[in-house]
Design a protein around this ligand. Sequence first.
Ligand SMILES: Nc1ncnc2c1ncn2[C@@H]1O[C@H](COP(=O)(O)OP(=O)(O)OP(=O)(O)O)[C@@H](O)[C@H]1O
Length: 444
Amino acid sequence: MLKVENVSAGYQSKNILHDISFSVKKGEFFGVIGPNGSGKTTLLKLISRMLPLHQGEIFVKNCRLADISVKKLAQIIAVLPQHFSEVFSYTVKETVALGRYAHQKGWFQSWSKEDEKAVQAAMKKTGVQQFEQQLIQYLSGGERQRVYLAQALAQQPDILLLDEPTNHLDLSHQKDLLDRLKQMTKMQGLTVIAVFHDLNLAALYCDRLLLVHKGTAKKIGLTDEVLIQSDIQQVYQTDIIRQAHPTIAKNQMLLIPSIEEDEHETIISEKAVVEYHDRLIVLAPIPLRTMSSIKGAAIGWYQTFVNMFMNEEGAQSFSDYSPVDMKKTIIMRQQNQDRNKIYRYVNLGESSVFFMITGTKRDAIHIWIFVNGKISDDAYIHGIVAATEAKTRILFEHHLPASQQRCSISIAATQQGIQIDSEELYNIIDQHVCDCTEQLLNQE
Ligand SMILES: Nc1ncnc2c1ncn2[C@@H]1O[C@H](COP(=O)(O)OP(=O)(O)OP(=O)(O)O)[C@@H](O)[C@H]1O
């Protein structure tokens, strides 16, 4: 549908884009990303022929862009620019109707049924029908954005060029718009080329991405190939982290704010445990990133960790007893009042790990691991595996079948200070869960 070959161009004689080449297939949703001033808008201007090429060639539907007539080009390409030159005396419907210019025929251009249908359909798709008789000047920024998008859709183009299409839209309108465009690429073969500042939206909706850096094509490929943590950090000069989206097979890029850490580094140790007659409570001064086998907890940020030694009915009184935010609280329960427990603090130099293991031979064994340091997602998983294996080994040695023992494991890390290697953490957890479980069982 579109082929950009070795293009260099810019303003006056100065090149802003240097030797850019890529192609976009019919029905593709192609994203252009890159920092401010990298040349994304300039690229869209070249494709819509608002700016001449200094070098190279652009082909649209196998024709040289330069050879296509103005009217024909308007039938093929529609543009939603970043900024609009506002013409305030038009109503919404009149503004959208301007998109039909390229399709009107003859000297006395008349409004056909087809024009009306295209305008109505475009207004419906963008949800602006309700304001169709209003003057555009009385609309909000987001509403106006949708009107100009309707104008571009009324043009019924083969290629839609969008410069930051979501920048004025609230969350639900961002999603509606991108869902609709995606559907149009799939169902109608519309080709979308869109500039995005929001890398997460680009990851969710685009088939492929072009990463522009200082006027060059730094990377072109599938979203996961382009959104590589180190490349994005280098090009955007900022700290980010790549994380899997929780429900769909896409990655998301998360910003890490440069907020200065507390002068006093948080250390979770025995001193953080408050002992009551029927419970142990670890009160962390900050939320800890926690992976837990407790139902409903999974992965999250928790600040209060409660080990109860009582029955279910007693457990219900927890919130009256201790005024904490239950949403930030993890509770593990023992069905007895013995309060058997082992504490162990393991100093690793610049980091440390605090173990709290509770339970008896007759009841559940609960393993709490508090890491004073930063750990990666695979370290959490390694940690849960290490703790499970170590506990099972000791139960086996005590002739207690692991299957009869209810057991919960939580690993909570401060995510402050230095990074702890996942293999090192595995070994520490293996060794100390073994020792502590052994001691716990020998307490009886
Ligand atoms: N009309 C112009 N005349 C001269 N230089 C221009 C003109 N328009 C843009 N530039 C320069 O070209 C460079 C690329 O601008 P462009 O608008 O393409 O960047 P961008 O990647 O779209 O940026 P942003 O993310 O901020 O919208 C910038 O250095 C800009 O100053």
